[in-house]
Design a protein around this ligand. Structure first.
Ligand SMILES: C[S@@+](CC[C@H](N)C(=O)[O-])C[C@H]1O[C@@H](n2cnc3c(N)ncnc32)[C@H](O)[C@@H]1O
Length: 333
């Protein structure tokens, strides 16, 4: 027997939605119709003026959503399975240790079983080279490595095998979009498939965003993404940002998301930013010495004739046991 409320059929959907949003729907039982009414299982008595009754309701099937309990692998390896993984569009991207690699397809199948929104799963062998390409291998599912990823009202064509993309930076992208004032000129020096420009163009009103990347596959996806989202004002450019930036108009804001090497391009960026403009510099640093590294970076730039200050420093993600990726908002006086 289950505790439930009897609701007229025409009110059923509305009441069910309200119960879900207030956390009062009892998901252990199935909703059942009874004549002109439906019986909705609830976890508390008396809801919205409906009397609570006891009724015979079927038990709901509980779907296992933790892939670790579904993976067909030796039990000794189960606790080595990662607790988290990335989801890019309808593809799960997971890092597996050497011990787990022989069971990669079993892990992939478990991921697909645990989440009905996934089409495929891939292993992540790390990011390599100047283009920061991820070494990915399909381990389960169907189709290609290209997918469509949604973020803050923008749909992005992404192929993790051909261009860098990190779904974990979505909050940072929205933060930058919220800082942009109308009419700004923005340069994204290392734009990839253009997630920063797309989210900014969708939520703010800059006059132009120059989106540069050296990877022609990334620029190809960037162009498709601009068309797909019907956004204007983003100008895709393929080539070396360190050289090309000097051909662009002085910017109000420059995004430098190349955490391994962006500081090598800082002088070029500072040469092309207006007074009062901001640079969002991504940088990998040892957590214990990050403050000293930033002071040294600012000293070096001031030595080259740039008057700058670090306005805000935030840790974006862990990179290794001792290092993190930071974003430093640098303002030019
Ligand atoms: C870490 S990824 C960031 C991509 C993108 N901003 C994102 O959030 O997904 C860095 C990008 O910089 C590009 N890149 C590396 N060196 C470059 C250079 N000298 N000029 C322009 N792009 C470069 C790579 O191809 C890569 O797409």
């Amino acid at each position: 027997m289950a505790l439930c409320i009897r609701v007229p059929k025409e009110k059923g959907e509305e009441v069910r939605d309200t119960l879900i949003s207030s956390g009062l729907l009892d998901r252990g039982f199935k909703i059942r119709s009874d004549g002109d009414s439906i019986l909705i299982p609830v976890i508390s008595s008396g809801f919205g003026g409906y009397d609570t009754i006891d009724a015979d309701l079927e038990l709901a099937e509980r779907r296992e959503t933790d892939y670790r309990n579904l993976a067909d692998i030796p039990d000794v390896l189960r606790e080595m399975l990662p607790t988290s993984y990335d989801v890019i569009g309808d593809i799960a991207v997971i890092k597996l240790s050497d011990d787990l690699l022989p069971y990669a397809s079993a892990v992939g199948n478990a991921l697909l079983k645990a989440s009905s929104s996934l089409r495929a799963a891939m292993t992540d062998g790390g990011v390599k080279g100047d283009m920061r390409l991820r070494e990915v291998t399909m381990i389960a599912g169907t189709g290609t490595s290209e997918t469509r990823h949604k973020e803050f009202g923008v749909t992005m064509i992404v192929d993790p095998a051909k261009a860098y993309f990190n779904p974990r930076l979505s909050t940072e992208r929205m933060r930058i979009a919220s800082l942009v004032r109308g009419g700004e000129i923005i340069i994204d020096m290392f734009a990839g498939v253009a997630p920063f420009p797309l989210v900014i163009a969708k939520h703010s009103e800059p006059s132009a965003i120059y989106a540069i990347d050296v990877n022609k596959d990334a620029v190809g996806m960037m162009e498709r993404n601009i068309r797909l989202n019907k956004l204007t004002g983003i100008i895709p450019i393929c080539g070396d940002a360190g050289i090309l930036i000097s051909d662009l108009p002085p910017a109000d804001r420059i995004i430098m998301n190349l955490p391994q090497a962006a500081d090598l391009f800082l002088h070029a960026a500072l040469t092309n930013i207006r007074s009062g403009g901001t640079i969002h510099l991504h940088k990998i640093m040892e957590r214990s010495t990050s403050s000293e590294m930033i002071s040294k970076l600012i000293e070096d730039m001031n030595g080259k004739g740039h008057r700058i200050r670090a306005d805000r420093i935030a840790e974006l993600k862990t990179y290794s046991p001792t290092m993190s990726v930071y974003v430093i908002d640098i303002v030019r006086s």
